[in-house]
Design a binder for this molecule. Structure first.
Ligand SMILES: [Zn+2]
Length: 257
């Protein structure tokens, strides 16, 4: 009878703290946007909508609005500074790796193997994952500006009220926070899934049992895989547990007798 390995658990705490760190940047970006909107843009929308001669001046309301948006853009570079973003991504990868190492060491004890002792793949894997995550976080900022520009200009031109335009900005900031959550959960699952697979195979485990998080958010396709055993050399069409979009499933090692 094969001995029972300590279970693999999804690194919820790592995902949550990664989410909080990205969300902090988004919160600052949101606050900055609303502050500049309230202090500089609102007044210009009123001027524009009054449709008086100010409209035709070179430094008319639309020009001033553009300058205000450019100011938000410039200041947001400080919030999403490349050193800050890299630190967040590096902290995330380090804590995820530490979490994965601990589980793999405990599971490896069944076979008397520490799969984390010699890992020539790890440095390069960490480096490329950090680079990838830096780009995901930076994209949040890049994608934000075309959206808020569209909200403000279309709002002004369609004669929406200041409150309507502001509400849409608030909604967009909320959607950007959801994006942060998506990245945090998705990246935690993907990277943890790949690390787990590497370390299981390193300890001579060639098969895994798919295990969902057993809550209501599990997608039906993954619920159908729960408890099933697959060889690492021939995983199901979905891929490895954790690697599909936003997947929180994990691989339990299956030890041969
Ligand atoms: Zn899943």
């Amino acid at each position: 009878m094969a001995r029972k390995a300590p279970p693999t658990r999804f690194p919820d705490a790592v995902a949550v703290s990664y989410y909080r760190e990205i969300k902090r940047l988004v919160d600052e970006l949101g606050k900055l946007t609303l502050r500049v909107f309230d202090e500089q843009i609102k007044e210009q929308i009123k001027l524009y909508q009054r449709n008086d001669s100010a409209f035709y001046k070179t430094d008319g309301p639309l020009d001033v609005i553009q300058q205000a948006i450019d100011l938000i853009k410039a200041l947001s570079l400080g919030i999403f500074a490349s050193s800050t973003v890299k630190e967040i991504a590096t902290r995330f990868l380090n804590s995820l790796n530490q979490y994965s190492e601990n589980i793999a060491r405990n599971q490896g004890k069944i076979k008397g193997i520490d799969p984390t002792q010699y890992e020539p793949w790890l440095d390069e894997y960490m480096r490329s994952s950090i680079t990838e995550n830096v780009s995901y976080i930076s994209t949040i900022r890049d994608e934000f500006f075309p959206k808020i520009e569209a909200i403000i200009y279309q709002g002004v031109k369609n004669g929406q009220s200041i409150k309507e335009i502001r509400d849409q900005l608030v909604k967009r900031i909320g959607m950007t926070q959801n994006r942060a959550k998506f990245i945090a959960v998705d990246q935690t699952g993907s990277i943890f899934g790949q690390m787990t697979a590497k370390r299981h195979q390193e300890m001579g485990v060639n098969k895994f049992k798919w295990s969902t998080s057993h809550d209501e958010r599990v997608r039906p396709a993954h619920r159908a895989l729960d408890g099933k055993v697959f060889p690492y050399s021939d995983p199901p069409a979905e891929g490895l547990p954790g690697t599909p979009f936003r997947c929180r499933c994990v691989a339990i090692p299956v030890f041969d007798d």
